[in-house]
Design a protein around this ligand. Structure first.
Ligand code: ZN
Length: 449
């Protein structure tokens, strides 16, 4: 029997629910042993972390729009996964829309997988979609390996991915229940949106008023009602309005199978700080005010919100309408795959949270939610997806240092705390600036991961 391929000695490692000194051994891409720090353990490669570094499990980002094929000029598998690796994210799940074809049937999934093959720096899995036209055919899509299906109740922004009506939603839930499937929903209600004033022009206040909290509350209520009636597992993506937290907490207390995510931009940015015309801040639902941000943090602290994922949703710089600053015309989406950890950690630390909390929100919980049983923890038997972060080191966001296809970011110049120093995927280094293989990522399927 040969020794480990890699041994990592860490004075500080986030393991399970705690942080402690540890020695982690890796063979064939899997963690084979985790023990109290023991410098006598050796292997083919031995890494001893610096005093200012902490070992974490790789982050799992279950909300990424890669857009390839079909809108590869917006983002692609090579660039997105390189950004992920640089940011300490070792697994991403790709959203079913904005690529063409959208991931609505097994053939489209095969097209996506072919587009991704050989290009990915980290592991990649796929969500499918539920639209009116593929209801009745969700079972084969799940069987083909998607981790669940996503749907909209309001306009998705692209015509090839139309929303479900309330009746359609119920049909989708019934179908998914029969297949033990998971339904992700973009929770904005079309009636509430059309009742709100239209947004055009550079005023952020007007844009905010066009997508009110009531639209999130109404949509969440619709989804919870469908979940109560069918028993299906549902997940609310990118919750922005904290006003929906009480009904989510109540539903969970009632036994409804619901999980909730929010995103770095809702936890870091504030409407009060968004300049008029700053369409690089546009996302849907929108970034809301400071009191709402505080309430989202409270939702994370009390567990009503389970996880933080990026909703990395790029487009070409032209589509962000930065020249006109027109919030009505700009594509909604913020790209933060590479920056999620320092963004969330900077704000979390200021609010008295520790790295254990951040690992729970950004690694453990999303892995569990997606059924990625070998991810999200540093423990024997898990995938050797590991990240080294220097939690007290500072960085200033330099758009030129982002590996995303386009460097448009509302975070340019932001001073953040927490620098990702190394990332390993299945025991192999994938940190982009270390001149290592860039295509080590595997394509994951539901039930095999
Ligand atoms: Zn999204």
């Amino acid at each position: 029997m040969t020794g480990p391929d890699l041994v990592v000695h860490a004075e500080r490692a986030v393991l399970g629910d705690g942080e402690q000194p540890a020695t982690v051994s890796v063979a064939d891409g899997v963690i084979t042993d985790v023990r109290p720090l023991d410098l006598s353990v050796t292997g083919a490669e031995v890494v001893e972390l610096d005093d200012d570094e902490v070992l974490l499990p790789g982050l799992v980002d279950t909300h990424v729009h890669v857009n390839e094929p079909g809108r590869t000029e917006w983002e692609g598998f090579a660039t997105a996964t390189r950004a992920a690796a640089a940011g300490g994210v070792t697994t991403i799940l790709d959203m079913p829309l904005n690529s063409r074809p959208p991931t609505l049937d097994p053939a489209a999934l095969a097209v996506k997988r072919a587009a991704a093959a050989g290009k990915c720096a980290v592991d990649v899995g796929f969500w499918g979609g539920a639209v009116p036209a593929n209801l009745g055919s969700l079972g084969p899509l799940l069987d083909a390996g998607v981790f669940g299906v996503k749907s909209f109740l309001a306009d998705s922004g692209v015509q090839e991915f139309p929303p479900l009506s309330s009746a359609d939603l119920l049909r989708a839930c019934e179908e998914l229940t029969a297949h033990d499937g998971l339904l992700l929903v973009h929770a904005e209600d079309p009636g509430e949106l059309s009742a709100a004033p239209d947004a055009g022009g550079p005023s952020y206040a007007e844009f905010l008023a066009s997508r009110p909290p009531s639209s999130e509350i109404a949509a969440v209520s619709t989804v919870l009602d469908a979940a109560r009636r069918t028993g299906v597992r549902v997940h609310i993506v990118h919750l922005s309005s904290a006003d929906a937290l009480p009904i989510l907490a109540q539903a969970r207390a009632d036994g409804v199978r619901v999980s909730v995510e929010t995103c770095p931009h809702y936890l870091v940015l504030r409407a009060e700080d968004v300049p008029d015309g700053a369409t690089d801040h546009k996302c849907c639902p929108p970034v809301r005010d400071d009191a709402n941000r505080d309430a989202l943090w409270a939702g994370l602290a009390d567990g009503t919100i389970d996880m933080v994922v990026s909703d990395h949703s790029p487009c070409t710089p032209a589509l962000k309408a930065l020249d006109t600053g027109d919030f009505g015309a700009a594509w909604g989406g913020i790209s933060s795959l590479q920056l999620g950890l320092p963004l969330v950690w900077t704000e979390a630390r200021r609010r008295g949270h520790d790295l254990i909390d951040v690992v729970r929100w950004m690694s453990h919980a999303p892995a569990g939610f997606a059924g990625l049983t070998t991810k999200g923890a540093v423990r024997a038997g898990a995938a050797a997806d590991l990240v080294v972060v220097a939690p007290d080191a500072e960085m200033v966001v330099d758009p030129a240092a982002l590996h995303h296809r386009h460097a448009v970011t509302p975070y340019a110049g932001a001073r953040l705390t927490g620098v990702v120093r190394r990332t390993w995927l299945a025991g192999a280094p994938v940190t982009p600036d270390r001149a290592v293989p860039q295509a080590a990522g595997r394509l994951l399927s539901r039930g095999e991961a």
